[in-house]
Design a protein around this ligand. Structure first.
Ligand code: PLP
Length: 405
């Protein structure tokens, strides 16, 4: 990869001290830090462009609308959507999934139908489907995982039938790092006549995603996990499916005509963007994606794999270290426990050394139950992390073990 020091220099927060120590930020699966171009772009929007979109005839409104729509096109290109109007701006992955569970689910899932999710899912790719199934008297089915944290595809095949209407699976697990064989999962679902939503929250920042190559019907991701702002995310949907769906929320901009007798809805993508959107966030997300594209996802992926291998090998040398998530195909996430020690205690000690990791269930309670554990300590790496930081993590874990044993 291009020089990691050069990349680190783009992220001002990495220069900060925590308790007088260098910040070692290893909580990237929760949210990533922001490069200066993203921070500048937020200031630029409010200093030079701020105005509401799609509504004004005046200069600033026109400029803001152009920037907003240009960002949509950039994002379409980034994931290789056919049309920019297949990109819907939402608050994040969670809202994207809720939009589909309501807009598609309410329309097309009937009593007795089935929706399939997997054991690896984040709560945001479980609960909206559970709520849908409750509304519709439909049945939620779950693809099991093996002890390495990989989906058991033979079991998935057995779950599929003509009753399956929707399959919703994550591209990459936030808890264990498992990268799922999503292309195969999609093909199998399509053979059964189901549509597929891919939760890409942990994918787009690590791997090149091509929604048309995958043949995904819906694909969701969050801006803040790909070096962009919080509060903005993307739902991609195939044009014909989005057109067949009912709107998720009512309000301004999503309508063509309103009368008390009958309201008609706007065309894509506006039908799903009721009210004033996060204009700044949408524009800045385009800049974050531009930054990632310039570094290059192939470079990022290769470098992060190197960090993953380095960290896993070193941590495995620690007596009592137990790794959760041993998938052959893995993103840069190391989830672990130290025998006999609660993950929260390890995380708290690491924090005092300036090392930020996540501890707990990682919004994947059913998965933690499956492994019979109270949660894990999770270190997740991004393009700006270094082997020196991993050495510090390993030393920190050793010290924590000594203090807590
Ligand atoms: N799906 C996965 C796999 C995630 O890791 C997350 C966040 O951690 C989400 C969904 C929810 O994302 P957000 O909170 O940005 O909506």
């Amino acid at each position: 990869m291009t020089d990691v020091d050069k990349i680190r220099a783009d992220f001002p927060i990495l220069k900060h001290k925590i308790y007088g120590k260098d910040l070692i930020y290893l909580d990237n699966a929760a949210t990533t830090q922001k490069p200066q171009v993203v921070i500048d772009s937020i200031a630029k929007y409010y200093s030079e462009l701020n105005s509401n979109v799609h509504r004004g005839v005046h200069f600033l409104s026109d400029k803001a609308t152009t920037a907003y729509e240009n960002s949509r096109s950039r994002i379409a290109t980034f994931i290789n959507a056919k049309n920019s109007y297949e990109i819907i701006f939402v608050r994040g992955t969670t809202e994207a999934i809720n939009l589909v569970a309501n807009g598609y689910g309410n329309e097309f899932v009937k009593e007795g139908d089935e929706v399939i999710v997997s054991y690896l899912e984040h709560h945001s790719n479980i609960v909206p489907w559970q709520m849908l199934c409750q509304r519709k008297n439909a049945v939620l089915k779950v693809i099991p995982v093996n002890d390495d944290g990989e989906l058991i595809i033979d079991e998935y095949k057995k779950l599929l039938s003509e009753k399956t209407k929707i399959v919703a699976v994550g591209h990459t697990s936030n808890s264990l790092g498992t990268k799922n064989p999503v292309k195969e999962i999609i093909e199998l679902a399509h053979n059964s006549g189901a549509v597929v939503l891919i939760d890409g929250a942990q994918a787009v920042q690590h791997t090149k995603v091509d929604v048309r190559e995958l043949d995904a019907d819906f694909f969701a991701f969050s801006g803040h996990k790909i070096y962009g702002p919080t509060g903005i995310g993307v739902l991609y949907g195939k044009e014909d499916l989005l057109n067949a769906m009912s709107p998720y929320q009512g309000g301004g901009d999503m309508i063509k005509n309103v009368s008390f007798e009958l309201t008609t809805y706007n065309e894509l993508p506006y039908k799903f963007e009721a009210g004033t959107p996060d204009i700044c966030g949408s524009i800045v997300l385009g800049d974050a994606i531009e930054y990632v594209s310039q570094v290059g996802l192939d470079n990022i992926s290769e470098y992060e794999s190197e960090l993953l291998k380095y960290g896993t090998d070193k941590l495995k040398e620690i007596d009592g270290f137990r790794l959760y998530g041993n998938a052959k195909n893995k993103a840069s996430v190391i989830s672990f426990l130290l025998e006999g020690i609660h993950p929260y205690d390890v995380g708290t000690i690491l924090d005092k050394m300036g090392i930020a990791v996540r501890t707990g269930l990682h919004c994947t309670e059913p998965l933690m139950k499956r492994f019979g554990i109270p949660g894990t300590v999770r270190a997740s790496f991004a393009m700006y992390n270094t082997k020196n930081e991993i050495d510090a993590l390993v030393d920190g874990v050793k010290k924590a073990k000594k203090m807590l044993s």
